[in-house]
Design a protein. Sequence first.
Length: 284
Amino acid sequence: MKGGIFSQIEAVREELPSSSRKVADFVLSHANEIAGMTIHHLAEESNTSAAAVVRFCRALGLKGYPELRMRISADTARTDLTGYHDIEENERPADLIEKTLSNSMQALQDTAKQLNDVRIAEATKALDQARAVYFYGIGASNVVALDAAQKWTRVGKLAIQESDQHLLATLLANASPDDVFFAISYSGETEEVVELMRLAKIRGLKMISLTRFGDNRISQLADIALWTSRAPEAPLRSAALSSRLAQLFAIDVLFLSYAAIHYTDTIERLQYTRESVKMLHGKK
């Protein structure tokens, strides 16, 4: 399977309305021709309309048809696309290593294209101005929430991670409108996360979400929605195992964006925390 924009199209294809799905099918089967097509030519060849092409581009999170052509041109020109691969029965460890590496690389490349710099800047500003930040995710996303809370704690931000939904609901009930709720869910549909976001909204907190690309309830509820790559479905969903890596990558980008505007202070605080940990073990 091709990666980049093509894996993104395949991942959301089933959720598209019929007209946009026609555009998607034509693009996937005529990838090498799109760069030379006008929007009206593509609409004619796919038996749709220019408006359907525009809606298709927006469903992919693109600004318009020119960006779609640019993305397709860039990806078809590459010869090192890795793509996603599912495992097979009794597969050799060497092959599993290669496929896991391929899936991870593709997830990182696709996520990098989803991390809009304007939204990263908005999220960074929100975190900078927050009195406290509540990170929440369940399952594998809980690991990401823990990592995020640890990062911002080290640089002096009041960062709270609580996996118990009821306890976090209690904390949010006493939260300030100056606080931020950071929701993490690969699917974007995790019910526990949705419920807490609704509570945070009632309390007036600003909300940031980190989900896979596509339309989902958590992104819709968030004030600032950040997206990671979306791996295609597979029997064992081995490609989706890299979703945690993609989430950690997004958190790293956001943290470094935050650190960049507090560069000197961040360096000092990281040094303080290292020294504090060493003191626990009697090291000087």
